[in-house]
Design a protein around this ligand. Structure first.
Ligand SMILES: Cc1cc2nc3c(=O)[nH]c(=O)nc-3n(C[C@H](O)[C@H](O)[C@H](O)COP(=O)(O)OP(=O)(O)OC[C@H]3O[C@@H](n4cnc5c(N)ncnc54)[C@H](O)[C@@H]3O)c2cc1C
Length: 417
């Protein structure tokens, strides 16, 4: 079978690209291994809510139209939002069709699936940044007597043994899981490495109001100083809750969570942690204050309608344990909330770096002209890391793709349509 473009993945990114291709009358198919919005249906924990407010959750041609613009969608609501979008744009999605191989084919690509085989002039990889849980090598040192979860296998505290829990990682996922598990009554220890501290609200406005209105989310990939580092920054310590509370190390300590340094591994049943926690937290405080300074400066310059400047209590960690005997401390579960990474076992193109990530320039995979990627962190702008980023990114990708098709039509007239 032939389509001018094959889009792989029917999450919001693949669908946004589909809508842009339709706008340009470019014929295409969207191949999806599960259902539309598969990752929101199958890969999130039960209580997850977006940390971005509803008003920011919009796709090309689909603003948020519900009654709670300042609320935070649950995974089920995100899946419904994306599913509705697929219907509205009449996306040509082939569900239950897993791509098993993508390879170069004369003048284009061959895309094999578990059902059929497609040829196309261009391919868009929209399989998301979170295909698998990213777990440190030290996870292998956890003894078999202890139950191990990742953010992908964890569902709710009800599934955990009735014992203490060590949560490794203090980005958005880690702090949210530590918070939820502590509220279930279990003793919780949180191992915190490098993290990004942010208040939920600042000067009376949601933190995303500031980053959206103040232009920070629009900073482009080619304007960011250290792009590689910026693309791999941990997600900010935020939670989307009705009371709009901040969820940082101080808040967790107040709830009775024991906070320790970065997890280094287990030796003879004893978990070891870095002694650098105080420094790590001081750095996170410093970076948060620098951002707040920048927001204050922007508010002063623009005369924004906001409350008076605020500063937040520095993180207090006391004297954190460097070692914990897991059995003696009654820890029955370790949850690795250490991030996610993309995974492309089916991608037979010379486009991956040594860590298995696609090398691209703002979404254009230069080593394989005609191949594009969407939905990755800071793909084209800071906004790209959020659902909201698909709006502008999909327009840019469709424009680059259209140019590629025009050029290819001159070289390979039979394949570029
Ligand atoms: C825990 C968590 C919390 C998040 N919170 C927020 C938030 O608060 N706000 C926000 O804006 N965003 C949030 N995100 C979303 C994040 O921003 C991601 O960028 C987003 O999920 C990516 O969307 P996507 O469409 O690119 O990929 P996905 O939604 O992951 O879609 C990829 C699709 O590709 C399919 N696929 C994969 N491999 C194949 C294959 N071989 N063949 C066919 N199909 C395939 C998958 O089944 C899936 O449907 C969160 C993500 C996670 C993991």
């Amino acid at each position: 079978m032939h389509a001018t473009v094959v889009v792989i993945g029917a999450g919001h990114s693949g669908l946004a690209v589909s809508r842009r291709l339709t706008e340009r009358s470019i014929d295409h198919v969207v191949l999806e291994r599960g259902e539309v919005a598969n990752s929101w249906r199958t890969e999130r924990w039960d209580s997850l809510r977006l940390l971005t407010p509803n008003w920011l959750t919009r796709l090309p041609g689909k603003p948020y139209a519900g009654s709670q613009p300042d609320g935070f969608m649950s995974s089920r609501e995100v899946a419904a939002f994306v599913d509705e979008y697929a219907g509205e744009i009449v996306a040509p999605v082939h569900t239950s069709t897993a791509v098993t191989r993508v390879r170069l084919d004369a003048g284009g690509f061959e895309v094999s699936t578990d059902r059929d085989r497609w040829t196309c002039a261009a391919v868009v990889i929209a399989t998301g940044p979170c295909s698998v849980a990213s777990v440190p090598a030290s996870a292998a040192t956890v003894p078999p007597s202890v139950c191990v979860h990742t953010a992908m296998s964890y569902r709710s505290p009800d599934w955990l043994p009735d014992a203490g829990v060590l949560v490794v990682g203090a980005s958005a996922t880690g702090v949210q899981l530590a918070d939820e598990i502590r509220r279930s009554g279990r003793p919780v220890t949180l191992a915190a490495g490098e993290h990004v501290r942010l208040p939920r609200t600042y000067r009376g406005r949601d933190i995303f109001w500031w980053t959206d209105t103040g232009g920070i989310l629009d900073e482009r990939h080619d304007e960011v100083d250290d792009l590689v580092r910026a693309r791999h920054l941990p997600s900010p310590q935020l939670i989307g809750s009705p009371e709009r509370r901040s969820l940082d190390v101080n808040a967790l300590v107040q709830q009775g969570v024991a906070v320790v340094g970065r997890f280094a591994g287990v030796v003879d049943g004893v978990a070891r942690f870095s002694g650098a926690l105080a420094n790590t937290c001081a750095l996170a405080d410093l970076k948060m204050d620098r951002l707040l300074d920048r927001l204050d400066e922007w508010a002063r310059r623009t005369g924004a309608d906001v409350g008076p400047p605020e500063r937040f209590r520095p993180t207090e960690v006391g004297r954190p344990a460097l070692e914990i005997d897991l059995a003696r401390a009654g820890i029955g579960t370790v949850v690795f909330a250490t991030g996610y990474r993309p995974d492309y076992p089916w991608l037979d193109l010379p486009v991956l770096d040594r860590r298995g990530r696609i090398v691209h320039d703002g979404g254009a995979v230069t080593a394989a002209p005609g191949c594009f990627v969407v939905g990755l962190n800071l793909l084209r702008r800071r906004r790209s890391s959020y659902i909201n980023g698909a709006d502008a990114d999909s327009a840019d990708i469709a424009s680059m793709l259209h140019r590629h098709l025009d050029t290819a039509a001159k070289s390979y007239p039979s394949r570029a349509n």
